[in-house]
Design a protein around this ligand. Structure first.
Ligand code: GLA
Length: 750
């Protein structure tokens, strides 16, 4: 059961559920201090002794008669800069006299059941009021006549604290917010490693860890979206923490634009974690009466290692971030024509793909880029969201009906935020493309971003999309975003408010999503940004799944999917089987390894079935049937990372276990074959120790405790020469021995 208690004597707030505690207090100066965040501990009236303020040489103090009260030493919850604290602050407000010094002190608080919505922003939600409790603390700066409302929600079921901040200007002067983080926390010590998810196009969310050192370490995005380069998620783990044991803190921002995730280790070795909108290029004007709401941050704690932390994010995001009819629902097996045809298709080709896919057992056909305007390559037509009848005689409207009459659902690609110079939209509204007056416009893939900070732009795109969606038979939309924003400038914002541009752009994106979801509640949205450049918790609120990467190579996917799973559930990770040689890397992997990797995701195919051999077609049919049987376990089972591709020459293992522990799917991927290899053993997780499990390999039986402690032995690698091992068979569709092999087994409780 979750509770939030206030102890008036000690002025402490204790937030907890059955497994975690989060303790904060009103410090002597009225600001909010941080006492503890971690494994649940027993309640007492006060933990003030833990604050341990001390006299310290060479610092500044708030009061004449107290040589301990320095914010330089205090561990805080939402620190400002300049009144004895010199670390990077959580916020900064410029006042009319030019000062940015503030003093927000405790005024009141409010504890209530449930959780409020964040206007215009994605956020974790409560389904029933009694499943979570919220604390709002109002702090006031009397000189500035402004308040800060710090919000904290703790759930019964999830070991997480949701935080956000609201700034309100109720005075008479104009204020300028130049930094407004969603959260800050000063952890007691800095003996942590920081885990981050980094990469680039085609190799998104690779796991990197580094030991915290004195000073600032951070990841961020300034690209206008959360980016392939860094992800708005970091974890802090103890050096001894593993995937299975030890303390791990996760911090995820429910936001899809420019962000900062930063840890600063102070001279007293406190670790200050900040997470929020990137302050670089951010400034928000608060006129009298105005307020500003930050995005939400999710803070997770687990003492069961990184897997424990990830599992909390997975269930929280699956159950209380994803909304609508697709929440918790098995995702359709799809076929996407992009790698199969690129821009080169017509009705006949599409129908031929769809008909074959139907025979495979696929459930959804997705028409990717190239169906609109006059789009035969990447140089034109973005913004013209109506069918190209040269390619599709009866338009998308007619094609969608033909596809649904085959017995498949129909899905469609859009890139709503973009425009090409060569488009009707650009010719009609050249000023809608983001540009800085007097400067040239940089392009990315020949395209320009539309100014989504302007309502009329968002509304116009909505109308075009609405018409297509209304007139066709569409159950899925892939929403792409294929470039970074440059020369950012809001033509309608005026000179004083350019710092609002990036956030207003995101609010425009969220508004369009919300309008579409409201009008078409049953459509399944998949977000995409040149692959996985906007794979974040913010997007999951609107699009329950995301295209993880344009890289469909099975071996590369091991790293991408492993990294993504740090914070994001398997159900959200778009993963497709594509053709070989792989289009991104030219690598050849077997059809079974490609599927064994993609099964752990929102599964589908992205190839031209007309190019497959009969044998491959038969194998795909089997794959789809197999996947459908175990889809719920793959997508919603408890997911365990077992062997990291970043540590063992790329070899990887992971598994998923159904909630009732009756069924488990276990996979082992061997990247490079080893001569004369040792036997491998993998200790499985999450099984019922008492139960007997039957393995799909040969019907052999194991006890759960045996599999979890002694371990499971994947098949031995092929070794020696073919001549001496005539029993070894090669499959036509690829290699099931040699490099890039995989093994996938189902364990069923007897
Ligand atoms: C991006 C996406 C791809 C595909 C192309 C179409 O690169 O990530 O999946 O949709 O755009 O242009």
């Amino acid at each position: 059961m979750q509770t939030i208690s206030f102890y008036p004597e000690s002025r402490e707030f204790h937030l907890s559920n059955d497994r975690i505690s989060y303790f904060i207090n009103v410090m002597k100066n009225g600001q909010i201090g941080h006492l503890y965040f971690g494994k649940k501990i027993r309640e007492r009236d006060s933990f003030a002794h833990f604050m341990q303020l001390k006299t310290c040489s060479h610092t500044s103090y708030l009061y004449d008669d107290d040589l301990t009260m320095s914010l330089d030493i205090a561990r805080q919850e939402y620190p400002g800069y300049g009144t004895t604290d010199y670390r990077y602050p959580a916020f900064r407000i410029e006042q009319e006299n030019g000062s940015s010094i503030s003093n927000f002190i405790y005024q009141s608080h409010h504890i209530f059941s449930g959780k409020k919505k964040l206007e215009g922003l994605p956020a974790v939600y409560a389904e029933k009021d009694d499943e979570c409790t919220t604390l709002e603390i109002t702090l006031e700066d009397s000189l500035m006549q402004a308040s800060l409302i710090l919000s904290y929600t703790v759930f019964d079921r999830y070991d997480a604290v949701m935080r956000s901040v609201r700034f309100v200007n109720h005075g008479n002067q104009q204020l300028k917010l130049t930094n407004a983080q969603s959260m800050a926390v000063d952890l007691f010590d800095s003996d942590f490693e920081m885990l981050q998810l980094d990469g680039a196009w085609s190799r998104e969310r690779h796991v990197h860890t580094r030991k915290l050192v004195s000073g600032i370490q951070s990841v961020d995005s300034m690209r206008g979206h959360s980016s392939a380069e860094h992800n708005p998620f970091i974890a802090l783990k103890r050096p001894e923490t593993t995937e299975f044991q030890g303390d791990a803190y996760g911090f995820a921002l429910v936001y899809s634009g420019n962000f900062l995730a930063q840890v600063e280790v102070s001279r007293f070795e406190h670790a200050r974690v900040l997470l929020g909108i990137n302050p670089l290029e951010f400034a928000w004007t608060l006129n009298p009466g105005d307020s500003f709401q930050t995005p939400e941050a999710v803070l997770v704690f687990s003492d069961s290692g990184l897997n424990g932390m990830s599992q909390i994010f997975h269930s929280l995001f699956n159950e209380r971030l994803v909304r609508g009819p697709w929440r918790g629902k098995d995702r359709p097996v799809l076929i996407n024509n992009w790698e199969g045809t690129y821009f080169n298709f017509n009705d006949e080709k599409i129908l031929s793909i769809a008909e074959k896919a139907k025979e495979f057992g696929v459930e959804l056909f997705v028409l990717d880029d190239g169906w609109f305007g006059r789009r035969d390559d990447a140089s034109s037509s973005l913004g013209d969201w109506y069918s190209d009848k040269n390619k599709l005689v009866d338009g998308v409207e007619g094609l969608s009906r033909k596809i649904t009459s085959i017995g498949l659902k129909f899905g469609l690609w859009f890139e709503p935020e973009m425009v090409n110079r060569d488009s009707e939209l650009f010719r009609a509204h050249p000023d809608w493309a983001i540009a800085t007056p007097g400067r040239s416009m940089s392009h990315g893939r020949n395209q320009y971003c539309l100014d989504f900070s302007r309502d009329e732009v968002v509304d116009c795109i909505y109308e075009m999309m609405e018409k297509v969606l209304r007139n066709s038979d569409i159950s899925y939309v892939k929403w792409d975003m294929n470039r970074d924003i440059t020369e950012a400038y809001g033509a309608k914002l005026g000179s004083g408010r350019q710092g609002e541009f990036f956030h207003r752009y995101m609010l425009g994106v969220y508004r369009l999503y919300e309008k579409l979801i409201t009008a078409f509640p049953d459509i399944l949205f998949e977000s995409c940004a040149s692959g996985g450049a906007r794979f974040d918790a913010g997007m999951l609120y609107y699009a329950p799944q995301a295209w993880a990467s344009d890289d469909t190579d099975a071996v590369e996917r091991l790293k991408i999917q492993y990294g993504s799973s740090m914070a994001y559930p398997v159900s959200s990770i778009g993963a497709h089987v594509s053709a070989v040689p792989n289009h991104q890397l030219n690598r050849i992997t077997s059809l079974s390894t490609r599927a064994n990797t993609a099964f752990f995701g929102a599964f589908g195919y992205e190839l031209d079935p007309d190019k497959l051999s009969e044998e491959e077609k038969a194998e795909i049919k089997e794959q789809v049937a197999f996947f459908k049987k175990y889809r719920h376990v793959f997508q919603y089972g408890t997911f365990y990372r077992l062997i990291s591709p970043f540590e063992h020459n790329g070899n990887t293992s992971w598994m998923a276990v159904s909630e009732d522990r009756k069924t488990a799917v276990f996979a082992y991927y061997k990247v490079l074959a080893t001569p004369n290899p040792k036997a491998n053993k993998v200790r499985l997780k999450g099984l019922d120790p008492e139960a007997v499990y039957v393995c799909s390999r040969a019907g052999e039986e194991y006890y759960g405790d045996e599999l979890m402690n002694m371990g499971f032995l994947p098949d031995l690698e092929y070794t020696g020469s073919r001549v001496r091992n005539p029993a070894v068979k090669f499959k036509n569709s690829g290699t099931d021995i040699g490099d890039f092999t995989s093994q996938l087994y189902v364990l069923e409780r007897k």
